[in-house]
Design a protein around this ligand. Sequence first.
Ligand SMILES: [Zn+2]
Ligand SMILES: [Zn+2]
Length: 381
Amino acid sequence: MNQAKPQRLKIGNGTISGYISIFLSILALVSILCFIFPEKLTTPEFREIYTAASMQTLIKVVIVAAFFFSLLSLILSKKIQLAAIGAGIAGVAILLGAFSVQGSNVQKSDWYFGLDWMLLDLLLMTVIFIPIELFLPKNTNQTKFHEEWRTDLVYFVISHLFIQFFGIITQKPAIVFFSWIGLDGIHTWVQNLPFIAALFLAFFTTDLFQYWAHRIFHNHVYLWRFHSVHHSTQHMDWLAGSRTHFIDIFFTRAMTFIPLYVLGFSHAVFNTYIIFIAIHAVLIHANTRINFGFLKYIFTTPQYHHWHHCEDPKHYGKNFASIFPFIDMIFGTYYLPGKVWPEGTGVHEAQYPKGFIKQSIYPFTKSPFDTDLKMEERSDR
Ligand SMILES: [Zn+2]
Ligand SMILES: [Zn+2]
């Protein structure tokens, strides 16, 4: 398969610090928009959690960090280019009011984009995963700058900005099919469970629904077209998990929302579940050799999920669970050969479409009965 060699970054020569400076300064610059248009660019649920004052402080910290990394890049590289871009954008952010932005009374809006959610999640994920991938990588030849990182970033941005749209459509099926049943008794029983028992129930039931939604996407010829987008990455990293077709997101999330809706967990359980899933779903795609010791038998790990993405048809149809490996054991799809990792990841298909737009259209463009994917391989999935 034709594959451009990923560009390698060397630690300590000022390039990484230069890019970090640019990245942080862009985050600070874009975040000012949230203060200018809060009704349209921030998420009501998150506004209840954070305050304008805490976000002002965060922006200041990000700008100071951008200047710090700019200086570090200058000292390490003795070149001015990356350092100047980072410091320049941070300077523009200050001129546009990054240090003086004020929170305002936010009116309720019928529609909004989740720009605040996108920026906060991007900052959190980069703080957690970039050091892990830099210092404990699985594939040492791979950096963020492989040929398709921009595509994966577009998926990340779109899935976060359209949080309202995805939220509404993924909750709809559960509400339509189950709201007429009296669920109050179940909710009371679930909310009276000990915290750990309720959390396990949330993980287990959602993973069970996720398992079968996921497996159906692999087994059905036409649905595989949508899910193959997620599998098309040849460079597993923390951003790669974002590459998911919107039909795949809708169907899988709608399925996993059913047990959450029917069982009606407490806020504490629900929020813990969401935070765990948000970080764990990114972790299992990350380019890291961390193996998590005995925990790898309890929770799915990067090694576990990388096998699910294995390019070799011999290993298709394994490790569908996203949280608990024992669910794969129950249904006969568990595969974790010691400390061995798959050699390559991706779909066994030459010429897979590249880029967000082409990949979004691709599943709709061909008949479900065409034969460009080998049937015998598909039936193994
Ligand atoms: Zn899959
Ligand atoms: Zn995956």
